[in-house]
Design a protein around this ligand. Structure first.
Ligand SMILES: Cc1cc2nc3c(=O)[nH]c(=O)nc-3n(C[C@H](O)[C@H](O)[C@H](O)COP(=O)(O)OP(=O)(O)OC[C@H]3O[C@@H](n4cnc5c(N)ncnc54)[C@H](O)[C@@H]3O)c2cc1C
Length: 224
C-alpha cells in the first residue's frame, strides 16, 4: 500500500490517498533496503515510481487516508509503549539473574551497593511504566476526554524509561553487556528505536502541550 499526497492544496492531513501497488507494477521499483541496528524484520527502504500507472480500482482511500490512519495511531502508541516495556522487562530479568550468579571483587555483583541502587531504579521505572500503561489503556477504553494527551505521555514515559533500564542493564553486565553472546545489547538496541518510532519523543511533547493548551500553544505543535 502506498500513501501519497493527491491534493497538495490542502496538505498532508486532508490530501493523502492510499493505493494498492502490486510489486510487479511496471514503473515501480524497490531501490534500496536499509540496514539498521534493530527491528530488522521490518523492511525500510526507498521505493521508486517512474511513470507508474494503476487501474482505478487500486485507489483504496481518496484524500482522507491520513485521517483514517489516525484511527490506528491510538493502538500504535500503546503498542510502542507496551513493546518498550517488554524489552526493558526482559533486560531487567536477565540482569537480575546475572547479578546473583556472577561474582566480582570477592562477592556477588548484587552485593555491591551501587548495583543494588541501580536495580532498585530499574524496578521502579518498570513498575511506574506498567501502571501508566494500564491506566492509559483504561482511559482509552472508557473514552476519556484526556486519553489523547495520556497516550503521548505514555509513549514518552515508557520508551524513555525502557531506554534507561536497558542502559543500566548494559552497564551492570560490564563488558559482557556489549557482546552479542548474552543478548543484553539487543535489548538496548531495541529500546533505542522506540525513541522515534510512531513519532519522536520531542514531537510527542509538542502533542501534549497542544492537547493541554490548544488556544495558546506555539506553532511548533503543528496542525494536529
Ligand atoms: C524501523 C523503522 C520503522 C518505521 N516504521 C514506520 C511505519 O510503520 N510507519 C510510518 O509512518 N513511519 C515509520 N517509521 C518512520 C518513523 O516514524 C520516523 O523515522 C520518525 O517519526 C521520525 O521521523 P524522521 O525519521 O523523518 O525524523 P525527522 O522528522 O527528520 O526528525 C529529526 C529530528 O528533528 C526533530 N524534529 C522534527 N520535526 C520537528 C519540529 N517540527 N520541531 C522540532 N523538532 C523537530 C525530531 O524530533 C528529531 O529529533 C519507521 C522508522 C523506522 C526506523
Amino acid at each position: 500500500m502506498v500513501y501519497a499526497n493527491t491534493n497538495p492544496d490542502v496538505g498532508i492531513v486532508e490530501g493523502t490517498s492510499c493505493f494498492v501497488v502490486p510489486r510487479d507494477t511496471p514503473g515501480f521499483k524497490i531501490e534500496t533496503v536499509n540496514e539498521k541496528m534493530e527491528r530488522r524484520y521490518i523492511i525500510n527502504g526507498e521505493v521508486l515510481f517512474d511513470n507508474c500507472r494503476l487501474p482505478e480500482d487500486h485507489l483504496l482511500i481518496r484524500d482522507d487516508a491520513y485521517l483514517k490512519i489516525r484511527t490506528y495511531s491510538v493502538a500504535g502508541n500503546t503498542a510502542e509503549a507496551a513493546q518498550a516495556l517488554g524489552v526493558a522487562q526482559g533486560a531487567f530479568d536477565k540482569t537480575v539473574l546475572y547479578v546473583q550468579e556472577h561474582f566480582q571483587g570477592g562477592r556477588r555483583i548484587i552485593q555491591h551497593q551501587v548495583i543494588a541502587a541501580r536495580l532498585a531504579n530499574m524496578a521502579t521505572r518498570l513498575e511506574a511504566a506498567r501502571a501508566f500503561l494500564y491506566y492509559t489503556g483504561r482511559a482509552i477504553d472508557a473514552g476519556a476526554s484526556d486519553a489523547g494527551k495520556l497516550l503521548h505521555m505514555l509513549k514518552i514515559h515508557c520508551v524513555e524509561s525502557a531506554f534507561e533500564v536497558c542502559k543500566d542493564a548494559v552497564e551492570i553486565h560490564g563488558g559482557s553487556g556489549v557482546m552479542t553472546e548474552l543478548g543484553i545489547e539487543k535489548h538496548f538496541r531495541d529500546a533505542t528505536i522506540a525513541l522515534h518510532t510512531d513519532g519522536t519523543t520531542d514531537i510527542h511533547r509538542f502533542r501534549i502541550v497542544n492537547a493541554m493548551f490548544p488556544d495558546t500553544v506555539g506553532a511548533y505543535a503543528g496542525p494536529l
